[in-house]
Design a protein around this ligand. Structure first.
Ligand code: AMP
Ligand code: ZN
Length: 469
């Protein structure tokens, strides 16, 4: 399996630190609003990376944080006249709903910055002891950027170019820095802001330190993969490397993966520019599986332009897989043949080629565009060869294979049949009859079966009513 590593700027063979295990950290969202579909891109991409790694047999420890203390969260809390934690908790809950709707699995651990302040204070202290950080007169603690030899190795920037060409790095209020390149680890509180006590001043952490600390706590000092959107390469990930490697004296992450932007009219989709659609907006018009399909139809390192036409194409592509699976289910239900024929066996051998094609695409730096093309080939093959007189084993194998490949992409392609009203009512009648006959066991059984299918019964004075959960 090859992964493009931002650090070396080339595709490298993936060799985990520990055999059979993957330690992976993905920078998560700052929670002050509903997430937009740009934020959804890394979620979908790296969830798919995780799923594929698990399919290959790796045990993946997947950590993704919520940044729950930040200027934007505090601003919103002040606007609403509530505590910052009310804002962050609200949008963490909303983000989790969106993730679930996009079939993005929960991380093994979702740490929150505000719950990891102790670890941040420890790491900052270590950095000061080792001469990599210093406290200014007002209590702000800065990382001494030039003290870390490898600074710039991820973003492939040269320190002197940075200093010469980017004076704007010298931000107002940060004039106590020894060097304009130094960045904040800890800053003094302002009125009305959340703060924590520290040896330097009451205050709060800078943004970068949280990921170094959480990654170390939940995955260890050295990890396999660190990931996020490409805007995080500089300064966020560059600063994380400096903090972690200076504090721990070890290489931080072996592979660095970055997704390209989701654009709109060829500009990065972002909250601050006001050119965005939230995941919630999209869910009003499309099944979010279509959004997932759309994201995976491009390679994660290629920019992707959001448009109604591309979403329509994604809808058609996704529907093609769903229709094929439901056609196979129908044939399966009606098949009368128990024995697989030799011809069918040969066809299944041929179909294995599409699975190999899928794996080859994914092994090549997670080329989901080609992997989806391989699913389409399998779908086309099934559409041609699955007939009413086919054996159950043949039909089931094709169906399982399409579902397996789709599932690696996190695409749900088997639509569960909703129970028909007439079937529900027949069961309710049977339950009433069982109750009359004092067969409460059967009555309860029916109630529970219906519940398992998402049908809730309510005994009211006017009789039994039901609703879908
Ligand atoms: P933020 O909440 O801005 O820190 O972003 C959370 C994640 O979404 C980071 O990995 C960002 O790189 C990523 N991200 C934000 N906007 C976009 C976009 N338009 N396209 C792709 N990724 C994005
Ligand atoms: Zn981060």
């Amino acid at each position: 399996m090859k992964i493009y590593n931002t650090l070396s700027k080339r595709k490298e063979e993936f060799v985990p630190l520990e055999e059979g295990k993957v330690k992976m950290y993905v920078c998560g969202p700052t929670v002050y609003n509903l997430i937009h579909i740009g934020n959804a891109r890394p979620m979908i991409v790296f969830d798919t990376v995780r799923r594929y790694m698990e399919h290959k047999g790796y045990e993946v420890n997947f950590v993704s944080n919520f940044t729950d203390v930040d200027d934007k969260i505090i601003k919103k809390a002040i606007e609403e006249g509530v505590d910052a934690s009310i804002i962050s908790e609200r949008y963490i809950a909303e983000c989790k709903k969106d993730m679930e709707a996009m079939n993005v699995r929960s991380a093994t651990t979702h740490p929150k910055a505000t719950e990891e302040i102790g670890g941040m204070l420890d790491m900052i202290e270590t950095l000061i002891e080792k001469g990599h950080a210093y406290a200014a007169a007002d209590g702000t603690v800065y990382f001494r950027t030039r003290s870390f030899k490898g600074y710039g190795k991820l973003s492939h920037k040269n320190l002197d170019d940075l200093q010469g060409g980017n004076r704007s790095l010298l931000v107002t209020g940060e004039d106590q820095k020894e060097d304009p390149l130094d960045f904040v680890l800890w800053k003094p509180k302002k009125d009305g802001e959340p703060y924590w006590e520290s040896p330097w001043c009451d205050g709060r952490p800078g943004w970068h330190i949280e990921c170094s600390v959480m990654s170390k706590k939940y995955l260890g000092e050295e990890i396999d993969i660190h990931a996020g959107g490409e805007d995080l390469v500089f300064p966020h990930h560059e600063n994380e490397i400096a903090q972690s490697e200076a504090a721990n004296g070890k290489p931080f992450s072996k592979y660095w993966m970055h997704n390209a932007f989701l654009n709109i009219d060829n500009h990065k989709m972002s909250k601050s520019d006001g050119n965005f659609f939230t995941v919630r907006d999209i869910s009003e018009k499309y099944d979010l599986q279509v959004l997932r399909f759309f994201m995976l139809s491009a390679h994660y390192r290629s920019p992707l332009n959001f448009s109604a036409e591309l979403m329509e194409a994604a809808q058609n592509g996704y529907d093609r897989i769903v229709t094929s699976v439901s056609n196979l289910s129908y044939l399966l239900e009606n098949s009368v043949s128990d024995t697989i024929s030799e011809d069918e066996q040969k066809l299944l051998e041929e179909a294995k080629g599409f699975i190999t094609g899928f794996d080859e695409a994914m092994d090549d730096d997670f080329n989901t565009a080609d992997a989806i093309a391989a699913i389409f080939e399998l779908v086309k093959f099934a559409n041609v060869h699955a007939k009413a007189d086919c054996s159950r084993e043949f039909l089931q194998t094709l169906k399982d294979e399409i579902i397996m490949l789709s599932d690696i992409c996190g695409l749900i392609v088997e639509k569960k049949q909703e129970m028909l009203e007439s079937d529900i009512e027949a069961l309710i009648e049977e339950r009433q009859a069982a109750r009359k006959a004092k067969d409460f066991k059967r009555a309860d059984e029916i109630r529970n079966d219906l519940l398992a299918k998402g049908i809730i019964l309510e005994d009211t004075r006017e009789g039994v009513k039901w609703k879908r959960a």
